[in-house]
Unconditional design. Structure first.
Length: 253
């Protein structure tokens, strides 16, 4: 199966409670209710038996192409609401006997629950649709047309849902907009870092391990962007670069 990329941006949840997706070619897919303090082992222990978890070959979870270490927390990898993890786990038979694989108890942290709660997996193509609508709106109605409560959000929600077949509310789409703004601030700090360079082909920052470690100690929220590409950075630039410049002008005055 190999490393897989979720293709989905992470969404923040200040309370730590969230829902994530675990996809697997051999075992199907899961929607899990988790807490950001849960470890990678907690997630695996929820969907695999103890014997399977400790057998060879070892099951592995990936997020944005990165192999996740068992002892690390979800928060350590920037895994948040709506994130998609990939499970690499071969079919397994214990001594040729069918074994009931029951989820294991999780101690010391919030217990993970498998739930049938329906939620849309957000893909890169959905970013393109929403960002396209946002850029069109800002060009036609100005930046103020993207403020909360403006009628423009009702129109964009209708057009987004018609294009994708989803049923997102204005509020949910505005949360994505807020995420884009935070993401732009993070990526811009990477692009403008004196010790980093920017790979325009892959749309990722280039840094030595030492420089990156020093950087994320001060800017922990940038940790997921060590290797995560941001293919729509040009659209984020249109949405937020001018706003940043105008705020600088106002503050200088």
């Amino acid at each position: 199966m190999g490393c897989a990329d979720s293709g989905s941006p992470v969404r923040s949840n200040p309370d730590g409670e969230m829902k994530i997706f675990v996809q697997s070619e051999s075992r199907g897919s899961y929607v899990l209710e988790v807490d950001s303090s849960n470890t990678i082992r907690d997630v695996l222990a929820t969907i695999l038996s103890t014997k399977r978890l400790e057998s060879e070959p070892e099951p592995v979870l990936y997020f944005n192409g990165q192999k996740l270490e068992m002892a690390e927390s979800l928060a350590a990898y920037g895994i948040q609401d709506c994130s998609v993890l990939q499970l690499e786990c071969t079919l397994w038979i214990y001594h040729c006997v069918i074994v009931s694989e029951k989820p294991n108890p999780i101690l010391g942290r919030k217990k993970i629950r498998i739930t049938g709660w329906p939620f849309t997996i957000w893909e890169e193509e959905h970013d393109k649709v929403l960002l396209g609508l946002l850029v069109e709106q800002i060009r036609n109605g100005g930046r103020e047309s993207l403020d909360v409560g403006k009628d423009s959000w009702s129109d964009m929600a209708a057009r987004f849902n018609e294009s994708t077949g989803f049923k997102y509310t204005e509020k949910q789409l505005h949360e994505h907009f807020n995420f884009y703004e935070r993401e732009y601030q993070i990526v811009n700090s990477i692009r403008n870092h004196q010790k980093f360079s920017w790979d325009h082909h892959r749309q990722v920052g280039i840094a030595t391990d030492a420089d990156w470690k020093e950087f994320v100690m001060e800017k922990f929220e940038a940790r997921p962007y060590r290797r995560r590409p941001v293919p729509y950075i040009d659209l984020l630039e249109i949405l937020f670069a001018d706003k940043k410049e105008s705020e600088i002008v106002v503050s200088n005055e």
